[in-house]
Design a protein around this ligand. Structure first.
Ligand code: PGU
Length: 409
């Protein structure tokens, strides 16, 4: 007989903190006022504060003042209007696939939930269970897809020597993949490297994927953040839709609308024809229903309110461009500060890489030195979120990088 104080869970071992979200936990526990969180990819203003977009505030006011709105359950597939507008946003207003009615879109719990639902659908209904993800990639990708029931393999993507794309390695690995294998592609602003293929390279990747009958699964978490233009950042995806082939698309509004905690996203599956799309949607409902039944209403209503109104949409694109531009200006300022200090090495990748992150090339030892001595928090792979930086903090970061590089070569 065990004593009443003995826990049924006494054997449970403490798990490690998440490699990305755990950085915020460590940051929150640090009492030092100079501390700086460059871990999580979340936008901060020049004052270092989280930002709620003006257009989002306005949409919320409209929603709150509309007394006809109720809190009934959404359908399993979410808010129909949101789904339509989301497909239009990523595939383009004039997308033939949408006009031909062969796209099914379901509202999911942000980007992560969309990837998970897509992964489980594939594990149940697609003949090939291997998914190829880039090396490196967002740390949650392998966990999401493994738990969805897929088997995860990697393809070469980043070349540490050039700090650019290993294009030939990527093509070779995808050529060697079994026919039908799933390929995860970052639509733009690759996380963590900030390195994207050029449009010409995308076209070669497309040809290879289609000729081998591989199935593309796009992850779009940063539409608008790479270039400041929603359409420019969707070009890779639209190349693949234009050829009439099939694909999966996971969209997140966490970053580009600043809706992080609202958990708003969408999974679209582009199918050969309407008939197939309808049957696919019926099966997506069977994936979602036992998982969380139906998605939340508030965030999707905000997105729909903004996307369907021309003026609010315009206002959003201006605010989005301002966020993208501030990140680009942080790149320039950090690069200049490091140059001015004469820090050894070539740091031009800071201005060449795009999107939210710089993949600095700093090693785990240098990162932990910067955290210990300078209270700068970042992921152990040397990734820094440029969106978390401000002009005022640039000198402190440049000092830390200089010290890390010169003391721990
Ligand atoms: N896909 C990629 C490529 C991402 O970078 C992220 C978020 C997601 C999907 C998931 O975003 P949702 O919030 O579910 O829409 N990555 C950020 C945020 C922190 C995290 O790890 O979730 C990051 O810092 O890498």
């Amino acid at each position: 007989m065990s004593a009443p104080s003995d826990s049924a869970f006494a054997h449970v071992v403490r798990a490690h903190e998440d490699p990305i979200l755990g950085v915020t936990v460590a940051y929150n526990n640090d009492p030092n006022p100079v501390k700086l969180n460059l871990g999580v990819g979340a936008y901060r203003t020049e004052e270092g504060k989280p930002l709620v977009l003006n257009v989002v505030r306005r949409a919320e006011e409209i929603l709150v003042s509309n007394k006809a709105r109720v809190k009934e359950y959404l359908p399993i597939t979410g808010l129909a209007e949101f789904n339509k507008l989301s497909a239009k946003l990523i595939f383009g207003a004039d997308s033939p696939a949408i006009q031909e009615g062969r796209v099914t879109t379901v509202q999911c719990l942000s980007g992560t939930g969309s990837l998970r639902v897509g992964g489980e659908f594939l594990a149940r209904h697609y003949h090939e269970h291997t998914i190829y993800i880039p090396l490196p990639t967002w740390g949650n990708h392998p966990k999401v897809f493994t738990l969805a029931g897929l088997s995860v393999k990697t393809y070469r993507y980043y070349d540490p020597e050039t700090r650019g794309l290993n294009f030939q390695g990527m093509l070779d690995d995808l050529s060697a993949a079994p026919t039908g294998a799933i390929v995860l592609l970052h639509a733009c602003a690759h996380n963590p490297t900030g390195v994207d293929p050029t449009l010409e390279q995308w076209e070669k990747i497309r040809q290879l994927i289609r000729s081998k009958g591989l199935l593309p699964f796009f992850d779009s978490a940063y539409q608008g953040f790479a270039s400041g233009s929603l359409d420019a950042d969707a070009k890779s995806v639209r190349l693949f839709v234009a050829d009439g082939g099939e694909l999966l698309m996971a969209q997140s509004y966490a970053k580009n609308m600043g809706l992080y905690g609202e958990r708003v996203g969408a999974l679209s599956i582009v199918c050969r024809n309407t008939e197939v799309a309808g049957r696919v949607e019926s099966q997506l409902k069977l994936v979602i229903r036992p998982m969380y039944s139906s998605p939340p209403i508030h965030g999707a209503s905000i997105v729909a309110t903004i996307l369907k109104d021309r003026q609010m949409f315009e206002e959003w694109t201006i605010e989005l461009k301002a966020m993208a531009d501030r990140i680009i200006s942080m790149r320039k300022q950090l690069f200049d500060a490091i140059q001015a200090k004469g820090t050894p090495g070539d740091w031009s990748h800071i201005i060449k890489q795009i999107g939210m992150f710089t993949y600095t090339g700093l090693n785990a030892e240098q990162v932990s030195f910067m955290t210990r001595e300078y209270h700068i928090y970042m992921t152990a792979d040397g990734r820094i979120s440029m969106a978390g930086l401000s002009s005022q903090k640039v000198p402190h970061l440049a000092d830390a990088i200089h010290a890390a590089v010169t003391k721990l070569a």
